[in-house]
Design a protein around this ligand. Sequence first.
Ligand code: NOJ
Length: 547
Amino acid sequence: MVDPTNRNDPFWYRTAVFYAVYVRTFADANGDGIGDFRGLTAKLDYLSWFGVDCIWVLPMYPSPLKDGGYDIADYCDILPAYGTLSDFTEFLRESHDRGIRVITDLVINHTSDQHPWFQESRSSPTSPKRDWYVWRDTDTGYSDVRIIFTDSEPSNWTWDDTAKQYFWHRFYRHQPDLNFDNPEVQQAILDVASFWADLGVDGFRVDAAPYLVEREGTTCDNLPETHAVLKRLRAHLDARHPGTILLAEANLWPEQLVDYFGQGDEFQLAYHFPIMPRMYLALHEQNARSLIDMLRRTPDIPPNCQWGVFLRNHDELTLEMVTEAERAAMYEAFAPVPRLRVNVGIRRRLAPLLQGDRRKIELLHGLLLSLPGSPFLYYGDEIGMGDLPFLNDRDAVRTPMQWSPDRNGGFSRAERDRLTLPVIEDPQYGYPHVNVEDQQRQESSLLQALRWLLTVRHRHPLFGLGSLDLVDVDQPAVLAYLRRHDGATALGVFNLSAHSQSIHLDLMPYIGISPVDLVGGAVLDRIDTAPYTLVLAPYGFYWLGLG
Ligand code: NOJ
């Protein structure tokens, strides 16, 4: 159960466990084959039982759904297939009653081309909304800007036959970028944020944060003008909706990422993109080197801020934040065939990426839940769901949640061919074998193991709040670090290799202490003057309490 005492903690997001939900494929209450808010609301007891503190709802707005809802056609309503605004507020109320907070996606860099703003903008050069988007007579501007969806978009400019001009887009051509140089656009976005904050939403994940403003002769990424817009959004929320948090989606190196925290006056949270692929890389290389490098390279952040750490999400496992050699190695190891790749990344879920190996799945969660940052879990990964690489784009990793061995995995009562996306049925990952109901019943299941890790993490605020100190290890396959907060210390030790490891650690400052296995409960041998010896099983890990 979520700790209700957290409710009044203004820094709740620094110790929270986040859980991403794609409403479309989570739970279908009305039996039309598409998930909805009533379905999600009915699953809140499950999320509370599992230990989720905050639900991140992927875009739930009216949308043609050509980009999973990141193509918004109306900022102030709910996609009719997902329910009504009143279903949404009911979901919010029921979440809050359980001590669960809710953040939503604020996709402000672009809209859908179906949005009335764009329709109006394209309709005439004299339209009052013309300047709300970025129009040009030629497609040659901003030529230093990279293309993000490399698989589908040859250019960031697309010709519009109605407007008789080119418009600018950082993502799909059906997602025209808003023009943040226009003060009306900025105001409109502040109004959107207020609309949802007034309904009780606890925060926003700001999609595509680095790309808001364009300037000729630059990469248009991370411009000071973009930071100014984001700071204005934060100031607006602080003034009008205090306590409403902002999370940055910015796929950047740590040195640029920290700018998104500002002086504690921009984002409260930012995903730590570079650490993510290195957790997989370290496993593949059976060597902690790349993780250690990235942890060393991660700067301190303002005290009211926090990293968001994650293993997977609804997108491809992005390989933008690794070197070319590392990228090649990861493609080879985790996505040997082209179908498993999309853009600069891999469209696979956590369990198949790790060959369905329970030990590796638990090890990476042991890491994720003890690294500095708040963990973001992706729906379905807690039961080891698989993927469907034959589906288009990133739908491969967005298939319906597997609730039970019943029809459609308990996701929907609809006929199979009415389902918005197919359920997984294969022998290894299909719902008859991989589902919540069975794993809730089986004490030894992955779901139960991860739930226990969340429970232990909740008992020790140092995992969210503590400092990080790497500890030297005499085996390159083992990573060790100390987390310390408020007089409490935990030692995390992770064996990234397929072999058991006997390691020796210098724990001089802790002489006289008998480490306690926080997960298993055992009390280990006392630390004395000699280097301390620990034996780890293949892919084994420890969270050890040192007082
Ligand atoms: C990032 C989102 O996570 C992704 O799903 C989306 O396609 C792009 N931003 C564009 O909004």
